[in-house]
Design a protein around this ligand. Structure first.
Ligand code: PGA
Length: 252
């Protein structure tokens, strides 16, 4: 297992030509790097997936989707099935991002179905969890995370081996204010203990929320942090490449 997973979440950004340019720049930048200890993933919007997949032939960069429906096919206008995600070249899918929970009312009930269909389709899910600022101030962080992570109890260990968790404090997403090293350390230890005590597994736990080239070293060197889910900074090749380079240096 590689030591770090550096994942770019492009969200609803980049038209096809812009996506091609970014992938070409990242591809060029990593061609001289030793990626044996770092896995790199990009998660473009659906409309860029097929072209991204073409551009990633012969590249070590993996492809992921930002969401998918849980049904295999049928009358679900506007939705994308797990098979379509695989067909577009994806090995990963982000599930339960706070923006989906907030704007599209994704709750535990839906996420259980999505996790199950990801496991059934052999897609590696990245399950996002995180608290709001208000919840943190009310000292509710652990309760909120417990509620979000408890759905894992419905799954078998053999499936959960394919799972990655992303801790993304909602107040840190897109704000330019990342969680402190101490805050990240505390939550990642808690998540690690939960997963290990329930399933006997050590899975990857990514941090997400205003991670960039400047704070990457501090965040990635924190105990139990096995990578990053990066939004804004993943849209700039020099920032994303710098984070990858930091992960490589730290894993040596
Ligand atoms: P950000 O987004 O890096 O722009 O804060 C992270 C995310 O939402 O996954």
């Amino acid at each position: 297992m590689s030591k770090y997973l550096i994942a770019g979440n492009w969200k609803m950004n980049l038209l096809q030509n812009e996506a091609i340019k970014l992938i070409e720049d990242i591809n060029f930048g990593i061609s001289s790097l030793n990626l044996s200890s770092v896995e790199v993933l990009v998660c473009p919007p659906y409309t860029d997936l097929h072209i991204a997949n073409e551009k990633l032939i012969n590249s070590p960069i993996q492809l992921g989707a930002q969401n998918m429906h849980f049904m295999t096919k049928g009358a679900y206008t506007g939705e994308i099935s797990p098979a379509m995600v695989i067909d577009a070249g994806c090995k990963y899918v982000i599930l339960g991002h706070s923006e989906r929970r907030q704007y599209f009312k994704e709750d535990n009930e839906i996420l259980i179905k999505k996790l199950k269909s990801a496991f059934d389709a052999n897609i590696n899910p990245i399950l996002c969890i995180g608290e709001t600022l208000k919840e943190r101030e009310l000292k509710e962080t652990t309760n909120v995370l417990f509620n979000q992570i408890s759905i894992l109890n419905l799954f078998e260990k053999e499936n959960l081996e394919k799972l990655t968790i992303a801790y993304e404090p909602i107040w840190a997403i897109g704000t330019g204010i990342n969680a402190t090293k101490e805050q990240i350390e505390e939550v990642h230890l808690w998540i690690n203990n939960f997963v290990y005590s329930h399933f006997g597994l050590n899975i990857k736990i990514l941090y997400g929320g205003s991670m960039n080239a400047t704070n990457a070293e501090e965040i990635l060197s924190t105990e139990n942090v096995s990578g990053g889910l990066i939004g804004g900074a993943s849209l700039k090749s020099e920032q994303f490449l710098s984070i990858i380079q930091t992960a490589i240096s730290l894993s040596q």
